[in-house]
Design a protein around this ligand. Structure first.
Ligand SMILES: Nc1nc2c(ncn2[C@@H]2O[C@H](COP(=O)(O)OP(=O)(O)O)[C@@H](O)[C@H]2O)c(=O)[nH]1
Ligand SMILES: [Mg+2]
Length: 264
């Protein structure tokens, strides 16, 4: 099915065979001519996955630029990056020391030039094959922002940490109470924006660590952007496999929900 995607003639053939609405349901739709996405990839100590994530992003058949921010890695990621094939599609920005995911995203946002901005973590928990569905509400003109939710059932989900799940739901519920958005997954890595949204919000961002997730959410809600969710599959990893987010990050996220509700 994949090689049908992006070739209008073939999509036309497919639309003749099955209904156009069914095609849209399957995220089979023609991309606007000239559309380009910017994929922002924060990276900290991901030497086991960074090459593979770049390969997977590149293999998505949507025109794109990749902006990879190395956030002061010390595990050999940096050496890997310097040996990477940097074609025109890949820009690598280096932080001289570790500053956190929020800081890495804020650096990345300064470099985006595409029409749609996609955040992509550098581990392999979220699969770039989902971009086409993630950008669809923006391409169709109904959304300014799309969150990829791990809790809207679609595709495979690794069964892992129960208390992590409870923490996620609590954070999302509390965030929703303040923002009045009915999100199901505020903490998802997959946040997708029209570039204009990033340009409006990025100069106001303050969080350096994982507090960036509630901060972004609060600022989107306050500005009344049109937010959509689409279900995504999730290939979670264990702490032994390199997961890093922990209890302190969750507590800080609680604080950020209050803080950015009180003051932009
Ligand atoms: N934990 C952590 N991740 C960072 C940092 N800077 C950038 N990142 C990247 O941010 C993304 C999310 O981090 P990760 O540990 O996967 O978070 P988790 O999967 O939610 O536990 C990954 O791509 C990291 O490489 C940092 O200082 N700490
Ligand atoms: Mg992760």
């Amino acid at each position: 099915m994949n090689d049908l995607i992006g070739k209008d003639g073939k999509i036309g053939d497919l639309r003749d065979l099955i209904d156009e609405n069914v095609c849209r349901e399957l995220a089979i739709y023609p991309l606007p001519v000239g559309l380009r996405i910017s994929v922002v990839v924060p990276v900290f100590n991901e030497k086991g996955t960074v090459e593979e994530i770049v390969r997977r992003i590149r293999s998505v058949p949507i025109p794109k630029e990749i902006i990879l921010i190395d956030d002061g890695s010390t595990d050999g990621t940096r050496e890997l990056l310097s040996s990477m094939d940097c074609r025109d599609d890949l820009k690598i920005v280096l932080h001289d020391r570790n500053r956190g995911k929020g800081a890495a995203l804020r650096t990345g946002f300064q470099h985006v030039a595409g029409d749609i901005v996609v955040i992509q973590d550098a581990d392999l928990e979220y699969d770039p094959s989902q971009y086409r569905r993630l950008i669809q509400p923006i391409v169709e003109g109904v959304a300014d922002v799309v969150y990829g939710s791990r809790f809207v059932p679609v595709g495979p989900h690794r069964v892992l940490y129960y208390w992590h799940y409870v923490g996620n739901r609590l954070l999302t519920t509390l965030s929703n109470m303040f923002t009045d958005l009915n999100l199901t997954d505020m903490e998802t890595c997959y946040k997708v924006f029209r570039r204009e949204v990033v340009e409006a919000i990025a100069p106001t961002l303050k969080e350096n660590q994982f507090g960036i997730e509630p901060e972004l959410t609060c600022k989107i809600a306050r500005r009344k952007y049109r937010v959509y969710e689409v279900g995504v599959s999730y290939f979670g990893r264990t702490y032994e496999e390199g997961k890093k987010i922990g209890m302190a990050d969750a507590l800080h996220a609680f604080w950020c929900i209050f803080r950015y509700w009180l003051k932009d």
